[in-house]
Design a protein around this ligand. Structure first.
Ligand code: NAD
Ligand code: UDP
Ligand code: UDP
Length: 310
């Protein structure tokens, strides 16, 4: 198959491309390199089945493909809040363009949505039928509301134009190839600990998150894409930890002498988050296999090498 991956030079997109290339597909990687890096896909640059397209999805593009994995969008709060209007354009106009493309060429369309559609949830854990608690005028809304519209667009193109869609709601995922200045909690804590800097805990660290290792997530992507279910479907690891527990775990693994410092909690920071993955288990027979300590070790090894490079 010929498969388009938008955001393919990013963290999740590049791991997905590895799997698709290894399976023998022809892969088109489309990226504007806002948070993506060529080094993430360098291993495929000279491969005859691989093509790199530098393009911004807020502009239309005509391509001929069988499947579209639509991942392009900055995912870390510091990056999506850097230019919030651009984040909305990417989610709305960008997703519209990719759905227009899917409609024209009759490609199956996979949307990387997010647990952020549940906002600061007042139902716990979150199942797919929970409708969320999102502040539509806060600093996170360019991303949360953008993804909510992206889901709406996907379902409307499905109902109105018969586009074959797959929608996944991704919960916090970590692993090698996150940017060292990504700003998300796992990469921040690991890089800080490796550099002998204090680990920055926002608030009192009692807020919770559930962390999925990247290879588990990508397996779920591929299973949903090739199933008959359209979603939406939660994908994530139900193991729930406080941010303080995560800090202490990384501290123990990397540098027990590293200090913890407390900084203000960002506005609208969700207090708790844990996926209900009943649907993924039933529909795809999918569940995460990599425990936190194993995934963290692989991620720490990656950053240890990465920080040695220029
Ligand atoms: P990332 O920032 O590493 O990757 C995003 C990629 O999209 C980057 O390569 C970036 O350059 C590209 N991009 C951004 N705007 C673009 C535009 N206008 N045109 C073309 N390319 C553009 O982030 P990630 O963690 O790999 O996330 C990938 C997708 O998964 C995103 O849609 C994100 O919302 C979603 N997601 C990720 C997580 C997570 O924990 N990693 C959680 C929920 C949802
Ligand atoms: N589009 C695109 N590539 C295509 C087909 C469409 O980028 O191969 C864009 C198109 O420019 C439009 C959007 O997708 O902005 C939605 O397309 P659709 O055909 O659904 O709507 P229309 O063009 O009729 O507004
Ligand atoms: N966080 C933290 N220190 C950091 C970065 C993040 O304590 O250096 C907290 C953040 O406030 C949030 C949690 O960790 O409660 C997860 O943050 P991240 O940005 O990774 O993801 P999201 O908030 O989008 O789930």
């Amino acid at each position: 198959m010929r498969i388009l991956v938008t955001g393919g030079a990013g963290f999740l997109g590049s791991h997905l491309i590895d799997r698709l290339m290894e399976a023998g597909h022809e892969v088109l990687c489309l990226d504007n390199f806002f948070t993506g890096r060529k080094r993430n896909i360098i291993q495929w640059m000279n491969h005859p089945n691989f093509e790199l397209i530098r393009h911004d999805i807020t502009e239309p593009i005509r391509l001929e493909v069988d499947q579209i994995y639509h991942l392009a969008c900055p995912a870390s709060p510091i990056h999506y809040q850097y230019n919030p209007v651009k984040t909305i354009k990417t989610n709305v106009m960008g997703t519209l363009n990719m759905l227009g493309l899917a409609k024209r060429v009759k490609a199956r369309f996979f949307l990387a949505s997010t647990s952020e559609v549940y906002g600061d949830p007042d139902v716990h854990p979150q199942s797919e039928d929970y409708r969320g608690n999102v502040n539509c005028i806060g600093i996170r809304s360019c991303y949360d509301e953008g993804k909510r519209v992206a889901e709406t667009l996907a379902f409307d193109y499905h109902r109105q134009n018969g586009v074959d869609i797959r929608v996944v709601r991704i919960f916090n995922t970590y692993g090698p190839r996150m940017l060292e200045n990504d700003g998300r909690v796992v990469s921040n804590f690991i890089v800080q600990a490796l550099q002998g800097k204090p680990l920055t805990v926002y608030g009192d660290g009692s807020q919770t998150r559930s962390f999925c290792y990247v290879s588990d997530l990508v397996e779920g992507f591929i299973r949903l894409m090739n199933s008959e279910h359209i979603g939406p479907m939660n994908l994530g690891n139900p193991g729930e930890y406080t941010i303080l527990e995560l800090a202490q775990t990384i501290q123990n693994m990397v540098n027990p002498d590293a200090e913890l410092v407390y900084q203000p909690l960002p506005q609208d920071d969700p207090k708790q988050r844990q996926p209900d993955i009943t649907r993924a288990k039933q529909w795809l027979n999918w569940e995460p296999t990599i425990p936190l300590d194993k995934g963290l070790k692989q991620t720490i090894d990656y950053f240890r090498d990465r920080l040695k490079q220029p």
